[in-house]
Design a protein around this ligand. Structure first.
Ligand SMILES: Cc1ncc(COP(=O)(O)O)c(C=O)c1O
Length: 412
């Protein structure tokens, strides 16, 4: 019997319907404990990246465990406020901040803002007239990580971060605006990184940048190295879990060594994990709608798909899928597919040969970047999210109704 924190998958599906995202808070807590264990001895600050998954209840859970929160929109900020986060616990991110975003920072609704470009810094300087705003400058460390290796690239060609050629301008803007207080530097390498050396190299690159800013008279109290801590997503895949204790200890040591070698104060380090806190804690329950034997493949069509989990479509992500009712029967190769009017394949799976419409399937490791990326394509209602812990379950987010789906229609 498939269970989450002592609650059976069948009970959850009957109580809340499907598709259903189940968040096992015991798994979340184990992930938080692992980060705290690795970070606390070194004074490394942990701020959870809300974009991975957030709800008011989930944010309250994180707040009670002492985590900061990274928000990247006024929508995520509203959730953080409703959860009870004080501004000091919040960092505002975003690659294209709107006037509303900048006003939120200028009004002191967040403890700090990670500024992602020169234009944005100028706009923030114009908006911040009443009170002091703590600013992190987001850079590119130039370190590109692959699953098992990392390289230093000459210059990162993504939209993120302030380019090295603009650093002097950024420093001059801050120096000219007394309401902007330079708190330090930020850079985020990417996602699903399993190489601890990549994190250390990335942190060193940030210290090098801190030395350049020190040359402009701006001392970096903080160096925030972003998220991207790798988690296993598919059983049997070639993904070695990252040793967090070793990763954090190494990056802290190498940061200190580099800062001492460059003769600058050692910055306080911050990290921003998202996926590594919530991915493994999430499972999506689907009901099989149909089995279709086509020319070469058998498709299992489920009652969700790219609308509740766009990761397979966007990134080719793979998730392990298990049958809830009939595990152990002789398996056959199938392709899981959603019910959208698209080729929304969710990936291959091995499932019992006697699988039928109405059976429940559990798709694993769907806690991160699934619900938070969900859409109403085909006017499907978004699924419910339920939290389980200690044999009990409660809703984090209720299932959308059809009224919700059309509520913004002006002619309704
Ligand atoms: C700035 C920043 N910090 C943290 C994260 C979280 O990354 P992950 O969920 O891979 O840990 C992201 C993800 O895109 C990000 O852009």
């Amino acid at each position: 019997v498939l269970e989450f924190a002592g609650v059976s998958a069948a009970t959850l599906a009957e109580t809340y319907g499907t598709p259903l995202v189940v968040i096992d808070l015991e798994v979340v807590d184990a992930a938080i404990d692992a980060f705290v264990h690795a970070c606390a001895p070194h004074g490394v600050e942990i701020s959870y990246a809300a974009k991975a998954f957030v709800s008011i209840g989930f944010a309250r859970h994180l707040l009670a465990r002492g985590l900061g929160l990274d928000v990247c929109s006024t929508g995520e900020l509203l959730i953080a406020q409703r959860a009870g986060y004080a501004p000091s616990g919040l960092t505002l991110h975003g690659a294209g901040k709107t006037d509303d975003d900048l006003r939120a920072a200028a009004q002191g609704l967040v403890g700090r803002i990670a500024v992602d470009g020169i234009d944005e810094l100028r706009r923030l300087a114009a908006a911040a007239r009443a009170q002091r705003v703590d600013v992190l400058l987001r850079l590119n460390s130039g370190v590109e990580a692959r699953t098992h290796a990392f390289v230093r690239t000459g210059g990162d060609d993504t939209k993120f971060g302030i380019h090295p050629r603009d650093e002097a301008d950024a420093a001059a803007i801050i120096a000219a605006h007394p309401h902007l207080r330079f708190a330090g530097l930020h850079a985020h390498m990417g996602s699903q990184i399993y190489d601890s050396q990549a994190f250390a190299g990335h942190a060193e690159a940030l210290v090098d940048a801190a030395a350049r800013f020190a040359g402009y008279g701006l001392m970096s109290e903080q160096a925030v190295v972003g998220g991207g801590f790798g988690v296993a997503t598919q059983r049997g895949a070639d993904e070695r879990p990252l040793d967090l204790d070793e990763t954090i200890a190494t990056l802290v040591r190498r940061t200190a060594q580099r800062a001492q070698a460059l003769g600058i104060p050692v910055p306080r380090i911050g990290i921003e994990p998202g996926r590594a806190i919530v991915a493994a804690a999430g499972t999506t329950l689907y009901r099989v709608q149909a089995l279709k034997r086509q020319t070469t493949r058998t498709f299992v069509v489920v009652d969700g798909g790219m609308t509740d989990n766009p990761r397979p479509a966007i990134y080719g992500a793979r998730h392990h899928v298990a049958s809830v009712r009939r595990p152990g029967a002789a398996d056959i190769d199938v392709t899981i597919s959603g019910r959208s009017c698209e080729n929304d394949e969710l990936g291959p799976a091995r499932l019992p040969h006697d699988l039928q419409a109405g059976d429940l399937l559990a798709m694993e490791t769907t806690g991160a970047y699934t619900f938070s990326m969900a859409s109403n394509y085909n006017r499907f209602p978004r699924p419910a999210v339920v939290a389980v812990e200690g044999g009990k379950h409660r809703l984090f987010i209720r299932r959308e109704t059809l009224d919700d789906v059309i509520r913004t229609d002006a002619d309704g």
